[in-house]
Design a protein around this ligand. Structure first.
Ligand SMILES: Cc1cc2nc3c(=O)[nH]c(=O)nc-3n(C[C@H](O)[C@H](O)[C@H](O)COP(=O)(O)OP(=O)(O)OC[C@H]3O[C@@H](n4cnc5c(N)ncnc54)[C@H](O)[C@@H]3O)c2cc1C
Length: 441
C-alpha cells in the first residue's frame, strides 16, 4: 500500500523547508487542507544550515542581484530572485522570530549568532503550517503516476514503515553534491533525470579551496590571512574576473573568501583553456606604477620591513587594515624573488625592484586542483533553468514536478547569496505547487 499526499517535497534543506512552508502557508491562507510531506534522507535535518557561516548562518545579503551568480542565464536568475527578494526574505524570517544584524560586508546573520536559531524557526514554522517532516526517509526513485507521482523510498533506515508515497505534486529540493556527508550527494540529479530533465555538461565544486604543488612557498605561510585581489586570467593574460577579499594560506594551498569566489571561474576558464591562471595582487587598488614609485622614493628599512610597515594600498577589505603586508608574507615574497629581505630599500637594483613589485602585484600561483565536493560550499551546474517555468519553478518536461535550490544550475558568491537562491526558488516552487492544487489545475 502507498501512502497518499498532495505535495511531496524531496529534500528538507533550506530550499525544501522554504518550499514546504510556502505551500503550507498558501493552503492555510486559502482555507484549504493540503497534505504536505517533506522527505529527507538525513537523520537530523538542516546539516548545512547549521554549519553555514561558521555556525552562525549567513542567511542572506543586504543587496542581492543576479551579478552575484553564475550558471543559467542571469535574466532567469533575476526573474526568480525578484519573486521573493531580500526584503520579503527578511520579513519572513522576522515573522518566524529570526532577527538579523548586518555586518560591514553586507552579510546578514541572526542576532543570536547561532545557526540553530534559523533552523529551529524554519522547523517550527513548517510544523505550524501542517507540514509533515519525514526523516530519515531517503527517496530512491520518483516517476509519473496517474495524474501525479509515485515516490519510492530507499531500502535503508527510515522513520516509518511506509515504502512508497503517491503525491499530486512533487518538489525536488535534494540539493547538489557539495558536502556529501550532509546527504546531498547528487541523488537529486538522478531523480530529476528520471523525470526527463537534462543536466549541464559539467557539474563541479564551487566555493572550494584550491591546492598548490607540494613545497610551494606559500604553503609555508599556513594560517596567514591577507587582503588581496584574486584574478583569473586567460592564457593570453586577459583578466576574466577578479575578487578582492581575504585570502588564507593553508597547508594544502589557498582558501578564504576571495579564493572561494574565484574557484568556479578558474575551473571554468581552465576547462576551456588549460593555460588560464590564478594571480594574486597583495596591493589591491594600488596601480603598479604607484608601488614602484613608492619604493623608489622610500628610505630606511630593509625592503621586507618596508612592505610590512609602510605599504599602503587603496582597497578596503573588512577585517583588515590597508597598511602593510604580514611580515612572514613580505619576507617570503622577497625570498621568492631572490632578493635578501634585509636589503636596504634604497639599495635595490631596478631589476630587484621590478621583481618585488611583480611578486606583490601579480603573483602567478600554480594551482594543481581543488579540494573537491567534500570541501565545497556549493555545486556549479545542475538542471538548467531553461527547463523550468520561472514563475512557478515547475518543470517544463514533467508538469506537476517543481525544482528548487542547489539542484538548479545556479551558484552564487560567498555572502548569503546561495541561501537567498534557496529561499527565493523554494518559495516560488512551494507556493505555486499549492496554488495550482487549490485552483484545481
Ligand atoms: C560548509 C558550508 C557553509 C555554507 N555557508 C553558507 C552561508 O553561510 N550562506 C549561504 O548563503 N550559503 C552557504 N552555504 C551554501 C548553502 O548551504 C546551500 O546553498 C544551501 O544549503 C542549498 O540548499 P538546498 O536546500 O538546495 O540543498 P541542501 O541544503 O543540500 O539540502 C538538500 C537536502 O536534500 C536531502 N536529500 C538529498 N537526496 C535525497 C534523497 N534522495 N531523498 C531524500 N532527501 C534527500 C539532503 O539530505 C538535504 O537535507 C554553505 C555550504 C556549506 C557546505
Amino acid at each position: 500500500m502507498s501512502e497518499r499526499g498532495d505535495i511531496a517535497v524531496i529534500g528538507a534543506g533550506a530550499a525544501g523547508l522554504m518550499a514546504a512552508i510556502a505551500a503550507g502557508r498558501a493552503a492555510m491562507e486559502a482555507g484549504s487542507r493540503l497534505r504536505i510531506l517533506a522527505l529527507d534522507g538525513a537523520k537530523s535535518l538542516g546539516a548545512k544550515i547549521l554549519v553555514a557561516g561558521g555556525g552562525r548562518c549567513n542567511v542572506t545579503h543586504y543587496h542581492v542581484d543576479e551579478r552575484a551568480y553564475a550558471g543559467s542565464s542571469r535574466n532567469s536568475i533575476r526573474n526568480v530572485l525578484g519573486r521573493f527578494d531580500v526584503q520579503r526574505t527578511v520579513a519572513f524570517f522576522n515573522e518566524i522570530g529570526v532577527e538579523f544584524k548586518q555586518e560591514d560586508t553586507g552579510k546578514l546573520f541572526p542576532t543570536t549568532d547561532r545557526a540553530r536559531t534559523v533552523l529551529d524557526a524554519l522547523l517550527s514554522e513548517a510544523r505550524r503550517v501542517g507540514v509533515e517532516l519525514w526523516h530519515p526517509w531517503r527517496v530512491a526513485s520518483v516517476w509519473p503516476h496517474n495524474a501525479g507521482f509515485k515516490i519510492q523510498r530507499e531500502d535503508s533506515e527510515a522513520c516509518n514503515d511506509i515504502r512508497s508515497l503517491i503525491a499530486r505534486r512533487v518538489i525536488i529540493a535534494a540539493g547538489g553534491k557539495a558536502l556529501p556527508k550532509s546527504g546531498s550527494d547528487g541523488q537529486g540529479y538522478s531523480l530529476a533525470k528520471s523525470l526527463g530533465h537534462t543536466m549541464t555538461a559539467r557539474i563541479f565544486p564551487a566555493l572550494v579551496p584550491l591546492t598548490t604543488p607540494d613545497g610551494h612557498f606559500l604553503r609555508e605561510l599556513s594560517g596567514v590571512s591577507v587582503p588581496a585581489e584574486v584574478i583569473v586570467r586567460d592564457a593570453g593574460g586577459k583578466v576574466l574576473v577578479s575578487f578582492t577579499n581575504s585570502v588564507l594560506f593553508t597547508h594544502f594551498g589557498l582558501s578564504g573568501p576571495a579564493i572561494l569566489d574565484a574557484s568556479r571561474y578558474l575551473a571554468d576558464a581552465r576547462h576551456a583553456d588549460p593555460g588560464a591562471s590564478l594571480v594574486l595582487n597583495f596591493a589591491p587598488g594600488m596601480p603598479v606604477a604607484d608601488l614602484d614609485r613608492a619604493i623608489v622614493s622610500a628610505k630606511g628599512p630593509g625592503i621586507a620591513r618596508w612592505l610590512a610597515e609602510s605599504l599602503v594600498f587603496r582597497a578596503d577589505v573588512p577585517g583588515h587594515t590597508n597598511r602593510g603586508l604580514p611580515e612572514r608574507l613580505s619576507r617570503a615574497l622577497c625570498e621568492h624573488s631572490s632578493v635578501d629581505p634585509a636589503t636596504p630599500i634604497q639599495s635595490l637594483t631596478r631589476v630587484q625592484r621590478t621583481s618585488i613589485v611583480g611578486e606583490v602585484c601579480s603573483l602567478v600561483v600554480p594551482i594543481t586542483g581543488d579540494r573537491g565536493f567534500t570541501h565545497a560550499e556549493v555545486t556549479a551546474g545542475g538542471v538548467p533553468l531553461s527547463e523550468v517555468r520561472l514563475d512557478s519553478m515547475e518543470s517544463r518536461v514533467s508538469p506537476g514536478a517543481h525544482l528548487c535550490g542547489e539542484i538548479c544550475d545556479v551558484d552564487g558568491r560567498i555572502g548569503g547569496f546561495n541561501f537567498q537562491w534557496a529561499w527565493s526558488s523554494g518559495y516560488v516552487a512551494g507556493s505555486a505547487a499549492a496554488r495550482s492544487l487549490i485552483a484545481g489545475t
